[in-house]
Design a protein around this ligand. Structure first.
Ligand SMILES: [Zn+2]
Ligand SMILES: [Zn+2]
Length: 300
């Protein structure tokens, strides 16, 4: 209400511009859909996971001749596949869909979630040409100029992380992964996997206490270990991901503030000097609709 006293003239453009000046916690909620991230790049369409956010995908600008959609599946837990039955391009014969997965059960699981009486359309009735391409964790997959490295992550029922490199830009998607005591070792393999990533999308579902006590071994990380790993790997922008849907936004914002404060102290202790004020690591909370450019340091 206090901010509203500075409301600009009541025209649409003025209000929109004013809304842009408000902090995120007043204009967004950080909760919402289950995991689904699009990696935009010049060639074919690439997604990480097929959570409920996938139903909002707008295909109106996709090619009328047909598009090839690639899904890199971290794992088959339901929150990561439940959006697929609502993915409209799957219903068009002109399109191709390839699921890249380390899980041999994936075809069965995708068919099961659309089987009667759970869904009115059977998986076999989808018109798009759908294929499953299996990889072993550690493999590198190439889609044109895009390189996709894979890594096995500690999580129930096996989860995989993906590193996308295109030219000198890199994005890592590492959801559903517990980074425990072994994360403190110098040879921890994720340090290489995250190394100098422009954007690191990292699981931070639990509090530090939960991750180390009541929910230890449940397969999720916390914002503090995320900040440590991102600092050691010299990541540019850490995005805290896969929020606990039971939490209020105020709790998530508090965790973000703690992670930012901790990262400053940790970086100073690690390097024996203050972080470069011209190159501070950014830390953000993921939210539905967030768009980030790996070539830009001016993201939210
Ligand atoms: Zn999971
Ligand atoms: Zn999950």
């Amino acid at each position: 209400m206090e901010r509203a006293t500075h409301l600009p003239p009541s025209n649409r453009e003025g209000i929109d511009a004013w809304l842009q000046t408000l902090p995120l916690e007043l204009t967004h909620t950080f909760k919402g859909h289950t995991p689904c991230v699009e990696i935009q790049q010049p060639a074919e369409k690439v997604f990480c996971d097929a959570g409920s956010g996938l139903q909002n995908y707008d295909a109106t600008n996709d090619s009328a001749e047909g598009t090839h959609y690639h899904f890199f599946l971290s794992h088959l837990h339901w929150d990561h596949i439940q959006g697929f039955p609502f993915f409209q391009p799957a219903y068009a014969a002109r399109n191709r869909i390839t699921f890249h997965t380390a899980h041999r059960e994936a075809p069965t699981v995708f068919k099961q979630q659309m089987a009667a009486p759970s869904f009115p359309v059977n998986f076999s009735e989808l018109k798009a040409r759908i294929a499953f391409s299996f990889f072993e964790p550690g493999d590198t997959i190439r889609l044109g100029a895009l390189s996709v490295q894979t890594i096995l992550q500690p999580h129930p029922n096996k989860s995989c992380g993906f590193r996308f490199d295109l030219g000198d830009q890199s994005i890592v998607y590492a959801s559903d992964c517990a980074h425990g005591k072994e994360a403190h070792e110098d040879t921890y393999p994720f340090l290489n996997f995250f190394d100098h990533a422009d954007i690191l999308i990292l699981d931070a579902q639990f509090s530090l206490t939960e991750a180390n006590t009541s929910k230890s071994g449940w397969g999720h990380s916390n914002a503090i270990i995320a900040a440590e790993l991102a600092t050691r790997a010299e990541v540019k922008h850490l995005v805290l991901f896969h929020h606990d849907r039971k939490l209020d936004d105020t709790v998530l914002i508090e965790r973000l503030a703690q992670a930012r404060a901790y990262q400053q102290v940790y970086a100073r202790a690690l390097r024996g000097m203050a972080p470069d004020p011209n190159e501070p690591m950014q830390i953000s909370l993921a939210f539905d609709g967030l768009v980030l450019d790996p070539s830009s340091r001016k993201n939210q």
